[in-house]
Design a protein around this ligand. Structure first.
Ligand code: PEP
Ligand code: MN
Length: 264
């Protein structure tokens, strides 16, 4: 129990269960879309609703998110369903707006973790917060950059931290959009054994067919949670359409996955 005390602290504080299940669309698209997905996820294993408001697109010309307007939709989803909310923050302005709208959990995306300057600015903007902050691995398989981001946040007195493994980009074509490198988060945990570890199978897979197996591997490796992109109409999602699954599929997966109940 002891080596997971951070997890217990913030899971307990929020009354959450283990494994933590975060679900929701890649992007908030409309108020109706956010609310419909939240209602479909209510009363499932998913206790936290995710939706990207500011979308970091590798190349321009794609949907870049609805912006701050979406924060109100997340607030409304929380009021209506009781789910906690999470969104990506990529600069201090995002942090201020997310805190103002009482978003429960903030995550730092893979394209942000690569930049020590921005991570430091985010850490400064969050100084001393009680909010949960989740740090995705950097896009490239660089343990030091990931560790550095965690260290900057700890140095800013942010105690409710966790990390998300979302795979690593490679130039070679593989079956995954971003290769899982299972050893890297294990190495990270040798430095920070208390840090909860969450898998994002969606951005690893880049398709729907590998999501289940990736979740099972993570649970077998004793991961503390899953973050799964979920949409009622995945094919017509405004971003990451190939990898999102429906809330009903997620419910089925949670039934079929072999889950270790205890925190070790
Ligand atoms: C996302 O979660 O939608 C996202 C953009 O993730 P990543 O930073 O892992 O690419
Ligand atoms: Mn996405």
């Amino acid at each position: 129990m002891e080596n997971k005390k951070e997890l217990r602290n913030w899971l307990d504080a929020f009354g959450l269960t283990h494994p933590l299940v975060i679900a929701g669309p890649c992007s908030a698209e409309t108020e109706e879309q956010v609310l419909k997905i939240a209602h479909e996820l209510k009363d499932t294993d998913a206790t936290v609703l995710r939706a990207g408001i500011w979308k970091p697109r590798t190349r321009p010309g794609n949907f870049e998110g609805v912006g701050a307007l979406g924060l109100k939709w997340l607030q409304k989803a929380k009021e209506e369903t009781g789910m906690l909310t999470t969104t990506e923050v990529a600069n201090p302005t995002h942090v201020d707006l997310a805190l103002k709208h009482d978003i429960d959990i903030l995550w730092i995306g893979a394209r942000t973790t690569v930049s020590p300057f921005i991570v430091q600015e985010i850490a400064d903007a969050l100084k001393g917060t009680e909010k949960v902050v989740l740090v995705k691995n950097p896009v490239n398989p660089d343990l030091s950059l990931w560790l550095g981001a965690v260290e900057r946040l700890y140095s800013s007195d942010i105690k409710n931290l966790g990390v998300i493994h979302r795979g690593f980009s490679t130039y070679e074509k593989t079956r995954y959009r971003n290769n899982p490198e299972w050893q890297i988060p294990i190495d990270l945990q040798t430095k920070f054994p208390d840090l909860p570890l969450i898998l994002d199978p969606s951005h690893i897979a880049g398709n729907r067919t590998s999501i289940f197996d990736l979740c099972q591997t993570a649970l077998d490796l004793n991961y503390d949670g899953l973050m799964v992109e979920t949409h009622y109409d995945p094919d017509n999602a405004w971003s990451d359409a190939q990898q999102q699954i429906t809330p009903a599929t997620l419910v089925q997966y949670m039934k079929d996955l072999k889950i270790r109940k205890e925190i070790s």
